[in-house]
Design a protein around this ligand. Structure first.
Ligand SMILES: Nc1ncnc2c1ncn2[C@@H]1O[C@H](COP(=O)(O)OP(=O)(O)OP(=O)(O)O)[C@@H](O)[C@H]1O
Ligand SMILES: O=P(O)(O)OC[C@H]1O[C@](O)(CO)[C@@H](O)[C@@H]1O
Ligand SMILES: [Mg+2]
Length: 462
């Protein structure tokens, strides 16, 4: 992936002419190990070798604009109407972000009108544009204690011009889109339609996905809460499998294209013998295949625990799967519906162990929604709040077509075009997967899979 400084540049609506309520507080601040001054930038890369490879002067190495309050802002807060929408699948912390946005807008910038559009982008259609929630500090005071989103969410495509009409008709000056890759694409679409009409509306993305599949953000909010919950299920099947003759515990976790939840949950629970993720194809049959490995565990210690990401082994489903295992078509947002790899593993492992005289006791759990519907944990609560602060500062300073993200520990502005330019995936050659291999002692691959594509995330170059 080749990145130029221009790809990292953030679009501004115009000159910042108003004093920010934070200007006095900022007057003494300079870049320090704990703060990035507004004129400074955050490096894209963080190793000496990567920087040296470019051979560029410091001002030209790829870097992000720092997030945070500015001394001067673009919008006159007294005249601002803000809009908030949450879209796509649920994720712990959505309510925390809504609460953080409302508090920052109301308390510090004294914005008086904040509209919550209901049920995702549906809320911006002609049919629903007047059915908004008036968001006040009172309304959001306790919402962080529960999962989900008080605004509702949805999948499905909407017309960009119709959505822009809604923003104009409701007088919205800045829209906060809390969404995953689809939501970030929609925000890009919307920004382009706004620009084409020459309108002065800021669109700020707050990246959300329990799959952690968005790039240029260290980890997406809610991910930690989600995988923490997932560990409970791994521990449960471990207990069950360990106490049963020829016990087989299988936990299927979310992760369409990225195996982060499966990897982190397996590391945290540390009872998993085998972790299967979408990034690494595996073979079922053969002396080095998954089934032989499962059998080996059952023979050696009497049970086995497998953690599988929902997107793993999709190529096997057509070959081995029963019709009910197959995914069919796409959802309303165009996401491919996956085949059920958990059920396929359950059936094939059952058949294999029975055939070799080790009739198993099968314990299969698919806790998908139980994981993403939880409230944010303490860590994610802080993270969501800080992301919300950064999003408000960005909008007030007239940034648009940009997402706020934490990158290498710092809060930064990432152009939406970059947010949707690639997918974040577990690198089979990276240190996370190495930790999984070290912990499970599973082989780097099950069977010969060289003819099938392994994911290799692109390196950056300039
Ligand atoms: N290419 C696109 N252009 C315009 N809108 C899009 C595009 N892709 C997705 N959207 C819209 O964005 C919204 C959210 O997308 P989606 O349902 O894929 O969830 P998401 O934001 O990716 O979240 P998650 O992955 O966490 O479920 C949907 O209303 C969808 O129609
Ligand atoms: O069943 P739903 O709500 O469409 O969402 C399921 C998908 O959403 C996610 O949670 C996020 O994209 C995926 O992990 C999962 O495949
Ligand atoms: Mg998505």
């Amino acid at each position: 992936m080749t990145l130029h400084l221009d790809d990292l540049r953030v679009r501004h609506l115009g000159e910042c002419r108003y004093d920010s309520p934070f200007s006095e507080m900022l007057s003494t601040k300079q870049t320090s190990p704990h703060y990035v001054a507004e004129g400074d930038r955050v490096l894209l890369e963080d190793t000496v070798s990567m920087l040296a490879e470019h051979g560029l002067p410091p001002g030209q190495v790829p870097s992000f604009e720092a997030a945070g309050p500015r001394r001067k802002i673009y919008f006159d807060p007294a005249r601002v109407t803000a809009g908030i929408v949450t879209c796509g699948g649920l994720c712990p912390g959505l309510n925390n972000v809504i609460r953080g946005l409302v508090q920052e807008l109301s308390v510090h910038y004294r914005v008086e009108r904040i509209l919550g559009f209901r049920n995702g982008l549906q809320g911006l259609t002609a049919e629903h544009r007047f059915d908004t929630v008036e968001l006040t500090t009172d309304r959001v005071r306790d919402i962080h204690n529960v999962g989900g989103t008080i605004l509702g969410s949805s999948r499905g495509g909407q017309d960009a011009d119709e959505m822009v009409d809604s923003l104009v008709m409701r007088g919205v000056d800045m829209l906060f889109v809390i969404g995953g890759d689809g939501g970030m694409r929609a925000a890009t679409f919307l920004s382009e339609a706004i620009k084409a009409r020459g309108l002065d509306i800021a669109v700020i993305g707050v990246p959300k996905t329990i799959d952690n599949d968005l790039p240029f953000t260290d980890q997406s909010f809610g991910f930690q809460s989600a995988f923490a919950r997932a560990t409970d299920f791994i521990s449960s099947v471990w207990v069950e499998a360990a106490a049963s003759p020829n016990g087989v515990g299988i936990v299927k976790l979310m992760g369409r294209h990225s195996g982060f939840i499966a990897s982190y949950a397996a590391l945290a629970a540390s009872g998993a013998d085998i972790v299967l993720i979408p990034e690494i194809p595996f073979a079922l049959e053969g002396p080095d295949g998954l089934l032989a490995h499962v059998e080996k565990h059952v023979r050696a210690k009497g049970f086995v625990v497998v953690v599988v990401a929902e997107g793993a082994g999709q190529d096997l489903i057509e070959k081995y799967g029963l019709p009910q295992h197959n995914g069919r078509g796409t959802d309303a947002s165009g996401n491919v519906k996956l085949g059920n790899i958990g059920e396929l593993l359950k059936d094939t492992i059952n058949a294999h162990l029975t055939a070799v005289g080790l009739t198993p006791t099968m314990r299969y759990l698919d806790p998908s929604y139980a994981i993403r519907s939880v409230a944010a944990n303490a860590y994610d609560s802080v993270y969501c709040l800080r992301l919300a602060h950064a999003a408000v500062h960005a909008a007030m300073a007239g940034r648009t077509e940009v997402a706020v993200a934490r990158w290498r520990r710092r809060f930064v502005h990432v152009p939406l075009s970059l947010m949707t330019s690639r997918r974040n995936q577990v690198d089979p050659d990276g240190d996370l997967w190495m930790s999984v291999l070290e912990t499970t002692c599973q082989p780097a691959e099950f069977g010969t899979t060289s003819d099938r594509e392994r994911i290799r995330p692109p390196a950056f170059s300039v």
